[in-house]
Design a protein. Structure first.
Length: 631
């Protein structure tokens, strides 16, 4: 793997630049956020962020002419479009709270409209529903689901928002799986203790076919075979990433379609009529499709489109009902991505939009998948970014742990924070430590109750791997992360103080005991159950795994960043670490607190100030090699 990294570094050195890339180029809004294709393929929608709002634009596919547009007002963002007919859609409008939060949906903020803007109306309480499916032969209704005390499946009238109950299932929170005729066949539910329940429809009732505690293996229904009887499942029995199997629920006959891989499925590619499972997407380092139905004519089309974008990943974002028009997104580690429309009749792909056209891919860092053995022999995966124009050796390195932590993982692709750091001359290491998602339930469970121990050891082992490869200068290493990553950025120092020269915590958790009291997680039974499942059980161990209780081991300069309105990780966490460091005689060297920001900064000016401060902090403590920094 080191040979690959050195090759990347050599290629990067051929394209060096002497001028710094402005901070705002990495953190200003992309030109668009979401593109969706209408069922007949006649129109597409584009969500366009501009300052304090996100507009919605509808365009015709044949000539790219604007048909209509919507401005929902200040701090209102068109976030999600669902087509409910050939010329009608629903759009969810949200308000933002923090860059690392799921957007908050207000009441009465789902709108329905025709593409020309006519018959537009708010759909009362529609934000409480989740879209399930269009209904064949019924253009006036779609299937939606909602969980109250149990799970309900409704027909929702796309013109007036009225609902009719179709089915009810005895689970606290449920997602329905319907067949090609729109009939409910399975429910994937969860209870207050976060256990998963799978129910199968039998007559007018439901039969429980599986119940699994949080973090345990589940045989998950993912869709139907063309006969409408056999069902595809993802199945794992021993914590490994799941296989894809085809099961006849009546006879119990089972056939393995794809064996387990090193990673879990990341997506499924189905035919335009939704009757055929064509391929499964895996992200084992680089994204790649594993084909199931190679004889289907659409498989050949999709495979050809993938080959048409070398050195890029291709995601298929939509296809018309007749399969003639395909909406796709091509992106890479250096390219933020562009959308294209492919016409099967002409065989041509037409460029639509580039997310960040000001980004020059040749100036961005390459991202290499890596793997190494942790100290106990566990195989750990991750990604290493080498600064463009560097020699790839003896570099200042930043460990950049992801948030979450459970169920989240780092992936190959364009990351603005990583590219900003690399543009300033730093190698960036991201580790999918145990507890991360994507590597099977067994790997995820290994992180439970070990937030500050083995999960952290995986990160430190990754840093030592980079040193042993000659990539990282052992005297110039810093940690920087957000949310759980902010916690980890301090806890890696607690765990191995001699390995780091500085640490940056961004909206981080620093006291595990506080998690049971403050913030929005302990406000629900599901949140409290989650904390009881994943954090250490006794108070003494919680403190042993908390940076705020171990500041005697934090002897490097610290920078703390927080949003004063953060509800997920409130300011009490910031204050806990700041006060402990101050009492120990080593207060944070830099503090950045934004009064109007939440769990991560949204405002461009706030981000520019933050990353200018961060750049200066890093430069003081691990320096910039004159040969590698783009200056």
């Amino acid at each position: 793997m080191s040979a690959m990294i050195l090759m990347f570094a050599f290629l990067a050195a051929l394209n060096g630049s002497s001028k710094a890339i402005p901070i705002e180029d990495f953190f200003r809004d992309p030109e668009f956020k979401q593109v969706t294709l209408s069922p007949r393929g006649d129109y597409f929608t584009v969500a366009v962020p501009k300052g304090d709002r996100t507009y919605l634009v509808v365009m015709r596919t044949r000539d790219k002419k604007v048909v209509s547009s919507w401005d929902f007002g200040s701090n209102r963002h068109a976030e999600n479009v669902r087509w409910v007919g050939d010329e009608r859609f629903f759009v969810t409008v949200t308000r933002k709270t923090g860059a690392f939060d799921v957007p908050v949906i207000d009441s009465f903020d789902v709108y329905a409209s025709n593409v020309d803007g006519k018959r537009r109306r708010q759909i009362p309480d529609a934000n409480k529903y989740q879209f399930v499916s269009l209904l064949p032969g019924d253009p006036d209704h779609v299937l939606v689901q909602r969980s109250i005390d149990s799970a309900f499946l409704f027909k929702l009238n796309v013109w007036n928002g009225e609902t009719i109950v179709v089915a009810n299932a005895p689970v606290r929170r449920g997602s329905f799986v319907v067949d090609f005729d729109g009939r409910p066949r399975y429910v994937i539910g969860s209870e207050a203790d976060n256990s998963t329940v799978i129910l199968r429809r039998e007559g007018d009732g439901w039969k429980e076919v599986q119940r699994a505690p949080f973090g345990q293996d589940v045989r998950m229904p993912i869709g139907f075979a063309p006969d409408g009887k056999q069902v595809y499942f993802s199945e794992s029995a021993r914590g490994e990433p799941p296989a894809i199997v085809l099961i006849d629920p009546e006879s119990g006959a089972r056939r393995e379609v794809l064996p387990p891989k090193r990673v879990e499925p990341a997506g499924f590619l189905r035919s335009a009529d939704d009757r055929h499972l064509l391929a499964v997407l895996y992200e084992d380092g680089l994204p790649a499709y594993e084909w199931i139905n190679t004889d289907h004519p659409e498989s050949k089309v999709y495979a050809g489109l993938i080959n048409a974008f070398p050195n890029h990943a291709v995601h298929f974002e939509g296809v018309s009902r007749d399969g003639r028009t395909i909406l796709l997104r091509a992106f890479s580690d250096r390219d933020p991505g562009s959308y294209y429309l492919f016409d099967r009749d002409s065989g041509k792909a037409t460029f639509l939009l580039a997310a960040r056209p000001w980004i020059k891919p040749e100036r961005m860092a390459r991202v290499a998948p890596i793997e190494f053995q942790a100290r106990d022999g566990t195989l750990i995966h991750g990604y290493l970014s080498i600064p463009e124009g560097s020699g790839g050796r003896n570099l200042p390195l930043i460990l950049h742990p992801h948030g979450g932590p459970h169920g989240i993982r780092d992936r190959w692709g364009f990351d603005p924070i990583v590219q900003f750091l690399a543009s300033r001359g730093y190698a960036v290491l991201r580790v999918n430590f145990r507890g991360s998602g994507g590597y099977g339930m067994g790997f995820l469970r290994q992180g439970f109750r070990n937030w500050g121990t083995s999960m952290i050891d995986d990160m430190n082992d990754g840093v030592r791997w980079a040193i042993a490869q000659g990539i990282a200068d052992p005297n110039r290493i810093c940690s920087f992360g957000a949310s759980y990553g902010g916690y980890a950025a301090l806890q890696v120092v607690v765990r191995e103080p001699e390995l780091y020269r500085c640490a940056i915590g961004y909206v981080g958790v620093y006291s595990l005991p506080l998690m049971f009291r403050d913030g929005d997680i302990p406000q629900s039974e599901e949140g409290r159950s989650f904390l009881r499942s994943v954090l250490p059980e006794d108070r003494a161990e919680q403190e042993r795994q908390s940076p705020a209780y171990n500041v005697d081991r934090i002897r490097v300069p610290v920078m703390l960043v927080h949003g004063a309105k953060d509800q997920r990780v409130p300011m009490s966490q910031f204050r806990a670490l700041k006060e402990a460091l101050s009492e120990a005689g080593r207060p944070p060297e830099r503090e950045v607190v934004a009064p109007k920001e939440g769990h991560g900064f949204y405002d461009l000016e706030n981000n520019k100030k933050l990353y200018a401060e961060l750049e200066a902090f890093l430069a003081r403590h691990i320096g910039q090699s004159g040969a590698t920094a783009q200056r």
